[in-house]
Structure formats: structure tokens, C-alpha cells
Design a protein around this ligand. Structure first.
Ligand SMILES: [Fe+2]
Length: 180
């Protein structure tokens, strides 16, 4: 195996490629761990961010959302496991190889759609979502935020357990649709 990539051979890359394939299968478990860690993220809301994520996913599921919609509802705030100011972009990039482009953009920009309900308190424009009215993903972002995300801050709501979403994550995130 090379120690300088400039000297790599086809045999080296066959070994590396096989190891990568095996590692790709760990993504669902990584996402589960990131979601679990959100239990430690309590940032002033009535519930912690795991409860919020589970409630968002549960609402999407009970609303008849597609598998992808349920997954992005559950995972829309997963970026908060890393940092909050950039969480939309982090989550969107984590999911990009596995979801549609519309889902990617809805996750990336969901905070501006949620801003309808709080940007005025932060001195920002609450109608930021209007900038995206002509985008193909606008309706998906509205549904994600207005039907599932915004109402999902109830600590008493009986959410579906995290484990109940694992088969869905195993299916959707088993293999990236593209790696290059
Ligand atoms: Fe959220």
C-alpha cells in the first residue's frame, strides 16, 4: 500500500475501494448516534433536540409522508450535533448523497422557512422564505417546517422511539447514490 498517493497503483485502489464500501454501511449507525446525542442539546426550548427531532419525524410519519420526507423530518436538525449556526448546511450535506436535490435544498434552507415564526424577534426578515417561492423545493420546505418542524416542541408528546426509525435509515442511507 502506498505511503504517498502519488505512487498509488490499481491494486492499492482496489483495496481502498473495498474498505470504503464496507465503511459506507456505517452511515445509518452514525446518524443514529448523532440523533441520540441531541438529547444533550437543550438550548432554551421546551424540549431537548432529540425530542424535537423525534416529534418532527413522528408527525411526518403520521401525516403520511414518504420515506424520504419522514427521514428528512427526523434528521433536519441533525447538524446541531456539530454546531447550531450552520446546522442546516451540515445536515443537508450529510444527507446529500442519499436524498433528492429538492430534499437537500429543503434541509439546507429550512431555518429561513422557520424564520417566519421568529426572525422578527432577532431583527431579521420573517418573510425570507418568499425568496424561494419559485424553487422546485419550496412546497416541500413549507410542508417540512409548517406541518412537522414548527409544531414539534412539545415535551409531553408521545413520540415514536428512535429505534422505530432505524430500519428507514438503514434503507435510505445504506449506500450513497454517488461518491464522486
Ligand atoms: Fe427543527
Amino acid at each position: 500500500m502506498f505511503t504517498n498517493m502519488q505512487n498509488g497503483t490499481a491494486e492499492d485502489w482496489a483495496v481502498i475501494g473495498a474498505a470504503h464500501q464496507e465503511h459506507f454501511s456505517k452511515t445509518p449507525a452514525h446518524l443514529m448516534d448523532m440523533l441520540r446525542s441531541l438529547e444533550q442539546v437543550s438550548v432554551g426550548f421546551a424540549c431537548d433536540q432529540l425530542q424535537h427531532s423525534l416529534m418532527t419525524g413522528t408527525l411526518a410519519r403520521r401525516d403520511g409522508g414518504s420515506d424520504e420526507e419522514v427521514a428528512i423530518a427526523l434528521l433536519h436538525d441533525v447538524g446541531k450535533a456539530v454546531n447550531i449556526p450552520n446546522h442546516g448546511a451540515i445536515g443537508a450535506e450529510l444527507m446529500r448523497p442519499y436524498v433528492s436535490e429538492d430534499a437537500y435544498h429543503a434541509i439546507y434552507n429550512h431555518q429561513h422557512f422557520q424564520g417566519k415564526y421568529y426572525y422578527e424577534f432577532a431583527g431579521a426578515n420573517p418573510n425570507m422564505r418568499d425568496n424561494y417561492k419559485d424553487e422546485t423545493w419550496y412546497d416541500l420546505a413549507v410542508k417540512l417546517v409548517d406541518r412537522w418542524d414548527a409544531p414539534a416542541f412539545d415535551p409531553e408528546f408521545e413520540v415514536d422511539p428512535l429505534e422505530s426509525f432505524e430500519p428507514l435509515l438503514q434503507t435510505l442511507f445504506a449506500q450513497p447514490a454517488r461518491i464522486l
